[in-house]
Design a protein around this ligand. Structure first.
Ligand code: KIV
Ligand code: ZN
Length: 566
């Protein structure tokens, strides 16, 4: 028996050795046409009701769509009523054209013309299927019969337009459905015949929509088909070339992009790629791909979370976590090296003042699509030392010194491993608080005073520490000492309770706001008598006391570690 994969017929490539499209770039937005309310809607388990369609329609208008396929009014009473409500309810702005789909069949075309009465701008979009396979198994007709269906439809549409009452501007769109499965010369022949029947001219061009109805080939082949079609179409300037890729091979977006290189001027698609089977191309992705290349997509994606919420509510579909630009996880880095690079990129942007977006692993600024408030960096056991520090900085305003990142990172990693899941920013902060802020022994400072004795002209810094220190299980001891600053003076005072052998290494501090209260946080690095590095953190309204508490915290942490090891 043959293996299963051998029952599939490989796609026939077309010959286009001098293809031009690979050397081009996309440098302007196409005409966009949303087919959410038709192609997208017809593929839903529960198609949208009137209210949902109206809400969706207004969102599309607000985004900047000027052409919106609103339905298939001859297909059902509901579709007809929705079209009427859009027109009679005054929902359509003057600069927006609604598009209605109809098969090239007489009674359906007549019904469609009834549905569009009173509209200002309409595209009547008619289609019949032209592919080799459909001709063979569905219509059982040769190409001339298929061309005849399209031409008869075109003639009727032209006639109904000429007799149409009112001042509706009617334009035409023809789709040789399953274009990509049609022999290229047959696709050209049927479209040329339709153009002739419609009387298309450069001032009244027809939209020729070339659907990748079922994807059967790689997107480069679709691009070849589009370029071939454009190069062979007679009266080319009387047509606007539109594409409508579906996503059966997961390449709807790629097919649309390569088709644009091949000369397409218009793109039909849906938000987040809804549509029959695996969907249509996702206009959000194609548009934002342009945006990230410095090309204005001429659609507003600045509040993707809002659009996504509307989409999920109206269609009852779900936008996946990894959906480009819109998914929950697409701006999140778990991996340590990614976090580190994002951190450095953020720092670089701040310091260099660059006017460009230059952050590795983030192809777009999340703020440009309304995603500025979520954590870019999330922490799990894969995360690196810089990740936890980034969260402390961005979520809580604590700038941990670089040398402290490995120590705190290891603590967080251990907690992630123990929990078996990611840690939220709040959990990371709790860990920090327990480890560095709530350390209250073995040494406790019952009172403290630092008297600054530095010279007024700043030529010398010195001062005196006076306080009471208690070591667990011992009576409090009054201590006092001088030093060349609060840390030195405090260190010297600690000798009086037997704290010896610690070396001060480094210190950094910054202000933090806790509610409306401004405080200073000091980070202290010491070497223990055994030669280990230990950090301490101190917080106070007074910068001297913040550093003194930081020293005490470091010593307490070291002493606890030593006791735990004994
Ligand atoms: O996918 C398709 O071919 C269509 C046509 C009706 C344009 O949706
Ligand atoms: Zn479609």
């Amino acid at each position: 028996m043959k293996p299963s994969y051998q029952k599939y017929i490989p796609f026939q490539q077309i010959s286009l050795p001098d293809r031009q499209w690979p050397n081009r770039v996309i440098d302007k937005a196409p005409i966009w046409c949303s087919v959410d309310l038709r192609d997208g809607n017809q593929a839903l388990v529960d198609p949208m009701n009137l209210q949902e369609k109206l809400e969706f329609f207004h969102a599309l208008v607000d985004m900047g769509f000027k052409e919106i396929e609103v339905g298939f009014p001859s297909a059902s009473e509901t579709e007809y009523e929705i079209c009427r409500e859009l027109i009679e309810g005054g929902h359509i702005p003057d600069d927006v054209t609604i598009q209605v789909l109809v098969q090239a069949r007489e009674h359906l075309i007549r019904k469609t013309f009834e549905a569009i009465r009173g509209a200002k701008n309409v595209i009547v979009h008619f289609y019949n299927s032209t592919s080799t396979l459909q001709r063979k198994v569905v219509f059982k007709k040769e190409m001339p019969g298929i061309i005849d269906i399209a031409v008869q439809g075109a003639k009727l549409i032209r006639e109904l337009t000429e007799g149409f009452e009112g001042d509706t501007r009617i334009r035409y769109e023809y789709s040789p459905e399953s274009f990509s499965g049609t022999e290229p010369d047959n696709a050209v022949a049927i479209c040329a015949a339709v153009m002739e029947a419609l009387g298309s001219t450069p001032s009244n061009p027809v939209i020729l929509n070339l659907p990748d109805t079922v994807q059967m080939c790689t997107p480069n082949t679709y691009a070849d088909q589009i370029e071939y079609f454009i190069r062979h179409l007679p009266n080319r300037e009387s047509a606007i070339i539109s594409v409508h890729p579906h996503n059966d091979r997961g390449t709807g977006v790629a097919a649309a992009e390569l088709a644009l290189l091949a000369g397409a001027e218009r793109v039909e698609g849906t938000l987040f790629g809804n549509g029959e089977r695996t969907g249509n191309l996702d206009i959000v992705t194609v548009g934002l791909n342009m945006f990230t290349q410095g090309v204005d997509p001429r659609l507003d994606f600045s509040d993707l979370p809002k659009l996504r919420a509307l989409y999920e509510r109206c269609t009852k579909m779900h936008v996946g976590e990894r959906q480009p630009y819109a998914g929950d996880l697409v701006f999140t880095a778990f991996s340590g090296s990614h976090q580190d690079a994002i951190n450095k990129g953020t720092q670089y942007m701040k310091e260099s003042g660059t006017e460009y977006w230059e952050i590795p692993y983030l192809p777009i600024d999340p703020a440009d699509v309304g995603r500025q408030y979520e954590p870019i960096i999330r922490i799990n056991s894969q995360s690196g030392k810089g990740g936890a520090a980034f969260v402390m900085q961005t979520a809580f305003g604590y700038t941990l010194p670089k040398a402290m990142h490995p120590e705190f990172g290891a603590l967080v990693k251990g907690a992630c491993d123990a929990a078996g899941t990611e840690l939220s920013p709040q959990q990371i902060f709790e860990l920090f608080r327990k480890e560095y802020i709530e350390v209250d022994g073995p040494y406790q400072l019952l009172s403290q005073k630092y008297i600054d004795e530095s010279a007024d002209d700043g030529s010398t810094t010195k001062g005196r520490f006076v306080g009471t220190v208690k070591n667990n299980g011992f009576d409090p001891v009054d201590v006092h000492a001088r030093g060349n600053g609060p840390i030195d003076a405090f260190f010297n005072a600690l000798h009086q309770v037997g704290v010896d052998g610690y070396h001060f290494e480094d210190y950094s501090e910054h202000a933090i706001s806790i509610g409306s209260d401004a405080k200073a946080v000091a980070y202290i690095r010491l070497t223990t008598p055994e030669g280990r590095t230990v950090f301490g953190v101190g917080i106070s309204h007074n910068i001297y006391y913040a550093s003194i508490r930081g020293v005490l915290c470091a010593i307490n942490r070291a002493e606890r570690a030593r006791q735990a090891a004994e």
